[in-house]
Design a protein around this ligand. Structure first.
Ligand code: NAP
Length: 371
């Protein structure tokens, strides 16, 4: 999937009445808050070209910004040595900011990302033993939900320092917590997190984007407490809204919000939405939603379903809500049809609406029965 992050995919869509419409995606994994459509500002100009253009992983096209890197670096005393395991879409996304902040970032993944890592200022280790022997203070697990267990079991934990801090960013939290508690020796600290944003929504800034965390197991020693706080500061100093909650609370809220968002986005993607010359703001947000959700891997979506015990119930509720809405619509239609067909006693027969010549119906008072 990684070639995706280096490629710019452009897919043109149908033109409508010779208007073209530029739409900038802000794909968001968490998708809880959709920003207003950037496109809405452009409505004023009638001469605007309006082609629906989809650019994925646009951040890959942005040059490495040395100046901004230097200006936002933090004091050496609080920098961390962070090893990212799973250097895919999300791992690379986090690495960019961590490097900019001045942390030492190492990475390891199943695929070979050495040149990508070099371009980002990250030291890449194809071999997990070599990486662990570097004694990173933090292991940041960024692999897919489905591979978590396997990846964690395959790490040579004995090569790490005994007090290493393990952090995950999985979009499901109870599962991550259970796997960590099961597999990691008790000397390791555990911080479960979920940045509620991704490479698209957090492309320009992390300001006001939510960051959920649960200090599952942090030793009492001052240095361990400080290390955990230092790690959290990576997000705090970018302006994230820091939300401490239990993994169980997270999963409940995420099933109600994020999972439903992804599900509706994927339904609408299958439905096949297309831009029209008369898009309403509401419709624009649906188009944005589809763009947001379609760029995340299906594996990720499947993980949200499989590994969050609340997801099934929410899916059923969504189904029921749709059924009940249809029932309400069809019920009303049925009622109106019955009235039309059987009308009031005096009328007796099928009543017709105004015909094309403007001939009115038999009597004024009858018109109410057509509503
Ligand atoms: P993903 O499809 O969930 O995960 C891709 C990563 O998992 C790659 O690093 C890949 O390694 C690794 N991986 C997959 N299968 C593997 C296997 N069998 N063995 C070893 N490694 C395997 O996509 P993602 O967007 O990068 O997400 C990574 C994690 O971040 C997920 O847990 C997700 O829930 C979380 N997250 C994502 C977002 C987002 O916006 N995308 C936001 C918040 C949290 P290789 O590339 O080396 O094969």
């Amino acid at each position: 999937m990684l070639s995706l992050s280096t490629a710019i995919t452009i897919s043109g869509h149908r033109n409508h009445h010779h208007h073209h419409h530029h739409r900038h995606p802000f794909t968001h994994h968490a998708l809880t808050h959709l920003p207003p459509s950037p496109q809405s500002k452009t409505h004023k100009s009638k001469t605007l070209t309006l082609t629906r253009t989809k650019i994925k992983a646009i951040d890959a096209a942005q040059p490495y910004d040395r100046e901004s890197k230097l200006s936002s670096q933090i004091p050496k005393s609080i920098t961390l040595k962070i090893a990212i395991i799973g250097f895919g879409n999300f791992g690379q996304f986090l690495a960019k900011t961590l490097v900019r902040q001045g942390h030492t970032v190492l990475a390891h993944s199943r695929a070979d990302y050495s040149s990508r890592a070099a371009a980002l200022g990250v030291a890449y280790y194809s071999n997990a033993d070599d990486l662990c022997e570097e004694h990173p203070e933090v292991i940041l697990l960024c692999t897919s939900i489905l591979s978590t267990d396997k990846v964690l079991k395959s790490l040579p934990l004995q090569r790490l320092k005994r007090s290493t801090l393990f952090v995950d960013v999985l979009s499901v939290k109870e599962f991550a917590k259970d796997v960590f508690l099961q597999i990691l020796p008790k000397d390791f600290d555990i911080l479960c997190t979920h940045p509620m944003f991704g490479p698209e929504s957090g492309k320009n800034s992390w300001k006001d984007l939510t960051f959920v965390y649960d200090k599952v197991r942090i030793g009492n020693e001052e240095s361990r407490v400080a290390r955990c706080e230092n790690f959290l500061k990576c997000f705090e100093r970018e302006g994230c809204l820091m939300r401490e909650m239990t993994c169980a609370e997270h999963d409940m809220h995420a099933a109600e919000s994020q999972f439903i968002t992804h599900t509706v986005g994927r339904i609408l993607e299958k439905f096949g939405l297309d831009s029209t010359p008369i898009n309403t703001k509401g419709y624009e947000s649906l188009l944005d939603l589809v763009e947001n959700t379609s760029s995340d891997s299906f594996e990720l979506y499947y993980g949200l379903f499989m590994y969050n015990k609340n997801a099934m119930e929410q899916l059923e509720r969504l189904d029921l809500a749709f059924e009940s809405l249809k029932k309400e619509l069809f019920g009303k239609l049925h009622e109106a049809l019955r009235k039309q067909m059987f009308g009031t006693k005096e009328q007796g027969l099928l009543k017709l609406p105004l015909n094309g010549n403007g001939t009115s119906l038999p009597s004024e008072s009858d018109s109410s029965s057509t509503n």
